[in-house]
Design a binder for this molecule. Structure first.
Ligand code: ACO
Length: 341
């Protein structure tokens, strides 16, 4: 592969915990109700990883295993593993090391990438760089978050939003004209206070006070984030379309981060896309942070066809946001045939 090679997604995998947390369940825990949650967010239920002692790496490794099986390759063929997460198993070692060990990916290096709800998008672009430069031939990029581990289930403003999941992709060199074509990626650290978890890091290490003050939970100023998320996501999606001379008719699917259905609707409107061309599964899983976008790709994989033009868009804490344009590189094939090419 030459330096001009592009990176393509060649397999998708996922993991969803079995336990469901419905709007009804939440209405028995805090002062909320199904009608409010559906109308304001589009969420009906989420999955929660309840198994004692299991964290983000457990879910990520299972998503990784599904990717390997679908592509028909062994773990030792993987060159690098990038895990996008804001809920690592531990501050260190990196969750990617734990996933590497669990998969038995004996030839891989890897690292974690922290960009909240833009984590998968940023990791996808980072992994693509390894492929494009020729430094790696097969890169696993997995978004995995156990949001329930940092959610305050007495705070109705945040606890209705989040769920747990992992999903990811394999990246390989793309056939000519396919793969990741263009991206617009942004951060704005001035917005950090609107969406953060204050405690447990080096600024406020865990103490009795940080626990008493609920500093180990997600804090979000929902209204403030909503405004910048709509504008941020719509702006980068419009920019990527303009730069690549794409009209609404050209885009087969928008794959948006699933934080709030109203944000997604606004972005789709700005792009001139009907709702039939928007991947939307927030009703079933809520906001699974770094997992939402690959979880959509997984749910829609059977309907994707080689050459489909896809725009991915995300917005998250940091602030972090961005959009990528890619041409899908395979049609779903019967198991005995191979992917790619
Ligand atoms: N049930 C019932 N009422 C509620 C609930 C609830 N679960 N939560 C809040 N309310 C109330 C509020 O208290 C408020 O009441 P008040 O007017 O008496 O004060 C009222 O509902 C409206 O509250 P808002 O916060 O203004 O509601 P909004 O319509 O903004 O919806 C939401 C809140 C869903 C959080 C929305 O602001 C949002 O989606 N924000 C953006 C989220 C996002 O994109 N995050 C980025 C990605 S996440 C990441 O990076 C980890």
């Amino acid at each position: 592969m030459g330096p001009e090679a592009r990176a393509a997604i060649t397999a998708v995998g996922h993991y969803l915990p079995e336990t469901r947390l419905t709007n009804q369940d939440l209405s028995e825990m805090v002062d909320t109700n199904d009608a409010w949650i559906r109308a304001r967010t589009g969420i009906e239920e989420r999955r929660i990883l309840t198994d004692e002692g299991k964290g983000t790496s457990y879910m990520a490794a299972r998503a990784g295993q599904e990717i390997l099986e679908k592509r028909g390759i062994s773990a030792d063929e993987i060159d690098a593993i990038i895990i996008a997460t804001v809920t690592p198993d531990m501050a260190f070692p990196a969750t990617s090391c734990l996933v590497q060990a669990e998969l038995g990916a004996s030839n891989a290096w890897g690292f974690d990438l922290s960009a909240a709800c833009s984590g998968f998008l940023f990791a996808l672009n980072t992994g693509a760089g390894l492929i494009e430069s020729g430094r790696a031939a097969k890169v696993l990029v997995i978004g995995s978050d156990k949001m329930s581990s940092i959610t305050d289930y007495t705070d109705r403003k945040t606890c209705v939003l989040f769920g747990d999941a992992a999903a990811g992709v394999l990246l390989e060199a793309a056939p000519d004209g396919y793969g990741l074509i263009d991206s617009v990626l942004r951060v704005d650290g001035d917005g950090w206070e609107s969406l953060c978890m204050l405690g447990g890091g080096s600024r406020h290490p865990a103490t009795h006070d940080t626990v008493d003050n609920k500093m180990h939970y997600i804090y979000q100023d929902g209204r403030a984030v909503f405004k910048v998320a709509v504008k941020g996501m719509a702006d980068v999606a419009a920019e990527i379309m303009e730069r690549n001379q794409l009209t609404g008719d050209d885009v087969r699917y928008l794959v948006p981060h699933q934080a709030n259905q109203r944000i997604i609707d606004a972005v789709a409107r700005r792009m001139g896309l009907g709702i039939d061309r928007v991947m939307l599964n927030i009703s079933r899983y809520g906001n699974t942070t770094a997992a939402t976008i690959p979880l959509c790709l997984h749910d829609w994989e059977d309907q994707l066809k080689k050459g489909d033009k896809i725009v991915i868009a995300a917005f998250g804490g940091g602030f972090t946001w961005g959009a990528s344009y890619l041409r899908w590189s395979y049609s779903h094939l019967p198991k005995e045939q191979s992917h790619g090419g």
